[in-house]
Design a protein around this ligand. Structure first.
Ligand code: ADP
Ligand code: MG
Length: 349
């Protein structure tokens, strides 16, 4: 069989690392992105610039590839649905419809008996003022948030009364969990009950943005097992193909909750490039292209540090130790808190 050519929607660091992983196994990639300065054009075989509702550009993209995947989940559902009629989109667009909306996502998790924080749908001021039981809480827009964008922390009922969210948007109010830790699981599902799963990754956020990830996560055996079990359950229920990330909260009493599902490769899985025989990116490409599933093997433990904003500067051209791996996303402009690159430091097992 001739290797397929894959189309990737989105041209940030995740698209870049997917294109790089594809190249490694001789698969050509075409990136479609609405940013002319997309860093992924440095890594893919071809690059098409256009907005995500530009039909001509989308058609040009579809013509060039055999199947399509994406680096971020917030592509308009109608666009994905239309593309899927021509060329297969994996994971399936119906999964985007679910995960694009925090409320739908939490309803789904609870329906399959997976714990989440308590939450409520908030559509107007009356809804908001009546949910005192969820304070302290975080009001989040149901759609289009990332890295803490579109979120308001509400620490007291008084603060609740002073808030004036724009109710043209739909909101969810989530009770704040007294966090002990955050972890994530990255799982690649190839087909029914066939998957490769990485061990839980421990994540530290600063200002709601991921700052550090590491394996092994310091968690108890019960949480280790339960997080794996839930990740498999989610992947099976969604009939998922490709790499999926499940983000978890652990509270001070060692209760486990799912925070959110990312139907794509994930920042916390960057360290898999250096710790495992097959990275989350290569596994994604393998699964969507129906290539052979290879048993995962861990070679190292590691810590990953996100380089945000001008943190990147001192790493460019820096001499590194043998166990340090620096990734520069080659983004044109440095912006405060923008993910510019990362550093992975491996450790012997
Ligand atoms: P995003 O889509 O922006 O990643 P998240 O819902 O994952 O949004 O929130 C980002 C971070 O904010 C989380 O990783 C966590 O550190 C903190 N956070 C969000 N919701 C809660 C919550 N209900 N309780 C405690 N911390 C939270
Ligand atoms: Mg998150």
């Amino acid at each position: 069989m001739i290797n397929p050519i894959i189309g990737i929607i989105g041209g940030g660091q995740l698209g870049s690392l997917l294109a790089k992983a594809a190249k490694k196994i001789d698969i050509k990639s075409v990136i479609f992105c609405d940013d002319i300065n997309s860093p992924a054009k440095n890594f893919s075989d071809e690059f098409i610039y256009g907005s995500y509702d530009n039909e001509d550009k989308i058609n040009e993209f579809i013509e060039k590839v055999d199947l399509i995947t994406f680096e971020f989940e917030n592509i308009p559902y109608e666009t994905l649905k239309k593309i899927n009629k021509n060329k297969k989109v994996l994971p399936h667009p119906k999964i985007n419809l679910l995960t694009q909306n925090r409320l739908r996502e939490k309803d789904f998790l609870n329906k399959i008996n997976i714990n989440t924080t308590e939450y409520a749908s908030i559509r107007n001021d009356k809804d908001l003022k009546s949910k005192i039981n969820l304070i302290p809480g975080i009001l989040k827009t149901c759609t289009m948030g990332y890295d803490g964008k579109g979120q308001y922390r509400i620490n007291s009922v008084e603060k609740l009364n002073n808030l004036n969210p724009d109710f043209n948007n739909e909101f969810i109010l989530e009770k704040i969990i007294d966090l002990k830790k955050e972890i994530s699981i990255i799982i690649t599902r190839f087909s029914k009950t066939k998957y490769e799963m990485y061990e839980p990754i421990e994540n530290i956020h600063e200002d709601q943005i991921l700052k550090y990830s590491k394996i092994p996560a310091e968690i108890n055996e019960n949480i280790f097992e339960k997080s794996r079990e839930w990740a498999i359950k989610i992947a099976e229920e969604l009939d998922y193909i490709g790499t999926l990330c499940v983000e978890y909260f652990i509270d001070k009493n060692d209760n486990l909750y799912v925070n959110e599902i990312a139907p794509r490769v994930h920042n916390s899985g960057h360290l898999t490039i250096n710790t495992h025989n097959i990275s989350q990116f290569e596994n994604h490409i393998r699964a969507i292209c129906s290539l052979p599933q290879i048993k995962l093997k861990k070679n190292f433990n590691a810590k990953m540090i996100n380089l945000l904003g001008d943190n990147i500067i001192s790493y460019r051209g820096k001499k590194l130790n043998d166990n340090e791996y620096f990734f520069d996303y080659l983004k044109k402009d440095i912006k405060k808190k923008r993910k510019m690159g990362h550093l992975t430091i491996t450790e012997k097992i």
